[in-house]
Design a protein around this ligand. Sequence first.
Ligand SMILES: NC(=O)c1ccc[n+]([C@@H]2O[C@H](COP(=O)([O-])OP(=O)(O)OC[C@H]3O[C@@H](n4cnc5c(N)ncnc54)[C@H](O)[C@@H]3O)[C@@H](O)[C@H]2O)c1
Length: 424
Amino acid sequence: MNRLSPIRLAAIGCGGRSRAYLGLAAQAPEQFQVVAGADPNAHRVEQIRQLSDNPDFRSFQDDTALLAEPKLADVMVIGTQDAYHVTPCLAALKKGYDVLLEKPIAPSPEEVRFLQREAIGLGRRVMVCHVLRYTPFYEKVKELVVSGRIGELVSVHMTEGVQPWHYAHSYVRGHWSVRETSSPMILAKCCHDLDLLSWFVDRPCLRVSSFGGRRFFVPERRPEGAPDRCTKGCPVGDQCPYNALRYLNQHRHWLQQVMDGAQEADEPDIRRWLETSPWGRCVYACDNNVVDRQVLSLEFEAGINATFTMTAFDKGRNLELFGTEGVIRGGDVFRSQMGCDLIVEPHHGGPSEQVVVEEPGGGYDGHMGGDGGLVNQLYHEMREVSPEDMKSSLDRSVESHTMAFAADRARLEGRVVDLSEFQV
Ligand SMILES: NC(=O)c1ccc[n+]([C@@H]2O[C@H](COP(=O)([O-])OP(=O)(O)OC[C@H]3O[C@@H](n4cnc5c(N)ncnc54)[C@H](O)[C@@H]3O)[C@@H](O)[C@H]2O)c1
């Protein structure tokens, strides 16, 4: 790559994620040029073409067509769905592209390790979209841990509340509701949390135990007389918080992720779409099988331990980091209830400090500013740091993905899982 020229970006999969990154990249023309997109859905490629502001933008019908061309960009964004990351990623690496790869790397530990080996062999850069690492909030937490303000880190407690409507949208009706065709929930949603945990602790995770299941969005809870689709007139539709007709008003913004033309659609268009799309189904009559809550206990090197809770029934992420000389607490509950992001408490008395993290440019949209933060760092990560210093490299991400695979196995098999089981 020429250090002075912008990085040329192309995308395989032009859905919500690629649109977010490439839209942001197109706003920084001194660093990035958006040159091509591939997707069987021509409408989505066209959206990226429009965002690119590039008259020479090239459109392709899929990954095969794009990758059949001579190399036409520096970095390939892989924004396809979970089960179709490894094939296009590997083909792009072989063609000489560096890659910005959406998480999860792949749904199984075998595929993850396979891709890692191949990428090492090919000597190319792969940056995984662990966007939360690039938020001002989590960067501040990391800075506080590294500063030694709480002494030596000994225990961590983290929670993620997915939020009930979000859970129903994505994990009951949506793309990540069936583990066999997407990924286990602890990987699909919580690879971010496990990546952050791994980043804060900064030591290998050794063992994991885990419990969880699916209790709420199940057929047994389907109300008497509820049809399989909310559009068919449900006797309890008015009281049901998950009534798909709420996409017409209070939850309309969720459609942008899944319905082509959502922005321009009028009420009859949306009603018609709900009549046939997965998002019109009764939440108690879906084929979902991923967990709606899961808890993990994790042991790291040097005896550091951690707990993590994912639940559909809370909103936002919170954390507590316990050190030998103090505690850091923070997250969404602090932001909404206490007017600060974090509280640093010394153990042995003394005043606690409230920390307000500067709001990211563009506000808290886009994963708390992580989408923008990631794109801001993309140039640096791809061109300026050595591959082993990349903040969200494939190798680092494999570590935290392995924690997720271990948790999944621990939950399914009802035992403590040693991460060495995943070494090949
Ligand atoms: N980093 C994050 O925080 C974050 C957030 C949400 C989703 N994700 C992940 O990002 C990925 C994409 O999610 P999304 O919401 O953008 O999905 P999406 O369904 O909106 O987009 C995927 C696109 O891939 C296209 N596609 C399918 N086969 C293709 C092929 N052979 N060649 C080219 N394109 C093809 C589809 O037509 C679709 O437009 C998923 O793996 C998801 O888990 C990451």
